[in-house]
Design a protein around this ligand. Sequence first.
Ligand code: ATP
Ligand code: MG
Length: 238
Amino acid sequence: MLELKNARIGYGPVSVVHNLTISVGASEAVFLVGPNGAGKSTTLRGIIGHNPLTSGSITWEGKDIGRLAPHQRARLGIALVPEGRHVFPQLSVLENLEVAARLGPSTRVKERIEGIFDRFPRLAGRRSQKAGLLSGGEQQMLAIGRALVQEPRLLVIDELSLGLAPVIYQQLGESVRGLARDGLSVLLVEQNAVLAMKICSRGYLLSGGTVVLEGTVEELKTKSEMRELYLGGLGKGN
Ligand SMILES: Nc1ncnc2c1ncn2[C@@H]1O[C@H](COP(=O)(O)OP(=O)(O)OP(=O)(O)O)[C@@H](O)[C@H]1O
Ligand SMILES: [Mg+2]
């Protein structure tokens, strides 16, 4: 469904990601892991159109979208849960969802918002509360809700677990896995490779702005690079 081929993405003249070839299929959950500064966020920003693609291609269902504006890509069904969540702290939970819903179709807005509250009952009980007063886990739930209310076909998540307690990110991981099982495509950037491997079926290891390893979860688990870098936490309850 989404395919990047030999993509080069950067900030103005500075290119950070190069020769990057990755894909996400329909109803598939795929992860990107890699050390700090590897270019994971830059890759996601390139996919949603916030950073320019300077060579290579990004295609969506075979159509070139590498030059489309962010709102046009959103309309195709690509929604981002940004690193650091970025909810509007002064707006209520409901208002945050209403603002985000405008990025999606113009129909059934109320129903779509109620659908988010059904999925995340913790948010429903806090619908009038200012988002800035929510816990970190609840803010992440809201950030996911803000993406889902757009009715995307591909959910792009930048750091699901960052700064959250294990019990919280395990629950969020379960929610994301459920979404993927229901047919949504997911591209997940995650520091916690153990969590990423629980949610996704396939993934890529990025380093220095390009893919250095790829495969199914089963394949990747056997690779020494993955084990050394990321699986040290196995057996520690995560
Ligand atoms: N606005 C910017 N202008 C120039 N360079 C930037 C900018 N933002 C990030 N970079 C550089 O791009 C490189 C990759 O950053 P990126 O945020 O994509 O990494 P990351 O893999 O998401 O890292 P992290 O795990 O820390 O989130 C870094 O070397 C960073 O310094
Ligand atoms: Mg990042």
